[in-house]
Design a protein around this ligand. Sequence first.
Ligand code: FDA
Length: 397
Amino acid sequence: MFLKKDVIVIGAGAAGMMCAIEAGKRGRSVLLLDHASKLAEKIRISGGGRCNFTNRHSRPEHFLSHNPHFCRSALARFTPQDFIALVEKHGIRYHEKKPGQLFCDESSQQIIELLRHECEAAGVTWQMPCRVNNVSRANAGGGRFMLETDRGTLSAETLVIATGGLSIPQIGASSFGYRIAEQFKLSVTPVRPALVPLIFGSEHPAGFSTLSGISIDAVVSCNGGRFRENLLITHRGLSGPAILQISSYWRPGIPLHIDLLPDIDAASWLSDHRHGSARLPSLLAQHLPRRFAEAWTQAIVGERSEVPMNRYSHKDLEQIATQLHDWKIIPDGTAGYKKAEVTLGGIDTRELSSKTMEAKKVPGLYFIGEVIDVTGHLGGFNFQWAWASGYAAGQFV
Ligand code: FDA
């Protein structure tokens, strides 16, 4: 088989479909191909099966990138309201869970169907599953892109890479996008798992593995990031929204700073109880889960966790208060791409036009979505980037 198209989009995920829709609407002949047999698996599993499809408050500050300004233009041209309008056009009911985070009432499959219908209406054609074995250009200086696939040779004026990041390889993630960048001599910033649980090696601090399932409302900070959300103790380490968020900022070897009592002044609160006979863990249990309070006190003051409050000096209590507001722990690593929601890093934004997503050195080659070095916070921001970057490229491909 030999097939000729104006545009080929590799990767039928969130960004790829959005780009295909927009290009199709402009009258371009578009082929969307994916090596997976099922469409947009990541949308299906997202948001616990309900797809947190956008965040009303999306702003450039919610994205990490070596160039934090890169995402501005695309985000401004396709806003959360634009995607909400699409959702409403398709009669999909949705709700706001945490402030700004919009989820389908029923199923993430509805977002996949929305995109599929819009693609069909725009005349987009599909090849799935389709494996791309080689990409080349008809002549070295430019010309059409030639794709050797297991379904034959495909040719296109414009090639869009929308193959996403490395997270969840079991449903089709691959390094394809980075390899194409390398082939065309475009730089890629280092990649690593993000929005990911953090783990401890053999030693969970203070033997916390027995506390698995306990959740604490805390402020977690590290390396310029600061989030107030729930922190969840797991069998192997820490998870929950606070940890997923901070994982994008954490680097091996540096500590997390955890404020366990963000709403109170621990020094004066402990001082108020200095003359009482309560044990410290019992006192802490007024604000923290009891089992956690016991284990944490044991880890911080050892055997003295058994003594009554009136046996602590003012200085002891000040030190304990400092620990309560700035408990430092150093994870051993992340739970890796198998558990990560996204990949941090990717195609270096200096290589791309922020208006069109086209590679400056390779006219006709575009990158969109998570494959680029733009990574959102947790809460619908990553899909908003996929829609916005896909939309931006779709106006020009
Ligand atoms: P995406 O990964 O969606 O699509 C890439 C496509 O390329 C896939 O279909 C893949 O099969 C295909 N592909 C890969 N390699 C290929 C190759 N070699 N050849 C052909 N095709 C290839 N975000 C959010 O905003 N709200 C949320 O609720 C969630 N929830 C969530 C849950 C979980 C468990 C995960 C793992 C992730 C999320 N995310 C999220 C993140 C979000 O899913 C992600 O950022 C977007 O899907 C990225 O969209 P892309 O289109 O860039 O890649």
